[in-house]
Design a protein around this ligand. Structure first.
Ligand SMILES: Nc1ncnc2c1ncn2[C@@H]1O[C@H](COP(=O)(O)OP(=O)(O)OP(=O)(O)O)[C@@H](O)[C@H]1O
Length: 318
């Protein structure tokens, strides 16, 4: 059991990071982080969300001490990560976005090698079996699929029993079985006090795993909270969404449900949002019947994390 502590595993306050000089900017620096602030607690999964280029990876790199901040405060387990001692590094696990795994080495040999650098590693064979690495342990890493490399990179990040682990898109490329195994492992380690800090583009994953979420936009933290806090609608009680799927391009009569906000986020997927009553659902069903529309799926939902994220960070591609 880890020693309980009340101070956060990671504290970031007003982080600023400039890159450059950039040729296309006449040799000027470009500011990619402009005031990121966040805390990550022990025994919790903290998720960073943001569109492509928002600054998540740069934030993690500054938190890990791989990049030097140009301003603000970064404290990892109470220390400046840029000046991390080997003792501090041994308490931190890192899984990089593109793996960084040596291609000609065999997976189990690599995991044993990484484990040998720590004083009290997790049992390698049990971890390998848990993540299904034993099944392809004898081929070289270059022959592994993307999902197999992801699981190996996760094992390398966890094998030293870190107190904090950084996972940059841990579930990218994982099939549903692997994702479920990885999530169970993350939850177990969290229960044992591990601080898990992860980025993901998969908002369902964030919704399932996150204890606390930060949304980063344009190099700053623009929203934060638990999933329940972020998805709660503060404007009105009883705010709900009705989703239905049918043929694309339906035009609902404007006077049918005028108090509900209507959109078609994907072709044939309709969302009606607002203070929905059973009468609204009945009116909609009546219109389906008279218009010869038969939905293939109907669901009611509170606001999803995806809606919150898209409302905050916009719907256009960066
Ligand atoms: N070395 C660098 N020099 C100049 N610009 C950089 C450098 N590294 C990152 N950037 C820029 O900083 C911004 C933030 O990049 P970062 O990789 O942190 O975003 P991200 O939120 O992790 O994006 P993604 O979701 O696509 O991984 C981007 O506009 C990127 O082009």
């Amino acid at each position: 059991m880890r020693v309980p502590t009340t101070s956060p595993a990671l504290e970031i306050d007003g982080l600023i990071k400039d890159f450059g000089p950039v040729g296309s900017l006449d040799g000027r620096m470009v500011r990619v982080l402009d005031g990121v602030s966040l805390n990550a607690a022990h025994g919790a999964v903290t998720v960073l969300l943001g569109a492509n280029g928002a600054g998540k990876t740069t934030t993690l790199e500054c938190a890990q001490g791989l990049q030097r901040a140009n301003g603000g405060v970064v404290r990892l387990l109470g220390q400046d990560p840029y000046r991390a001692t080997p003792q501090l590094r041994a308490r931190v696990g890192v899984m990089l976005q593109d793996g960084g795994l040596p291609p000609s080495v065999r997976p189990l040999a690599l995991l044993r090698h990484v484990a040998s650098m720590y004083s009290a590693p997790l049992p390698v064979d049990a971890l390998a079996e848990r993540l299904g690495l034993d099944e392809f342990g004898a081929v070289s890493i270059r022959r592994l699929s993307g999902g197999q490399k992801q699981r190996l990179a996760l094992a390398c990040a966890l094998v030293g029993r870190p107190e904090v682990v950084f996972l940059d898109e841990p579930s990218a490329g994982l099939d549903p079985q692997s994702r479920s195994i990885v999530f169970d492992l993350i939850r177990e380690l969290r229960a044992d006090g591990l601080a898990v800090i992860l980025t993901t583009h998969l908002l369902d994953d964030a919704q399932r795993l996150a204890d606390y979420v930060y949304i980063i936009e344009g190099g700053s933290t623009v929203a934060e909270g638990t999933v329940a806090e972020l998805t709660a609608d503060k404007d009105a009680e009883g705010m709900r969404e009705l989703h239905f799927e049918t043929v694309p391009g339906l035009a609902l009569p404007p006077d049918l449900l005028p108090h509900l906000h209507q959109r078609e986020p994907d072709p044939g997927h309709y969302v009606l949002r607002g203070s929905l009553t059973a009468g609204d659902v009945a009116r909609l069903a009546e219109w389906w019947q008279t218009s010869g529309v038969m939905p293939t799926a109907i669901t009611m939902a509170p606001r999803s994390l995806e809606d919150v994220f898209l409302d905050i960070s916009g719907r256009s591609i960066r």
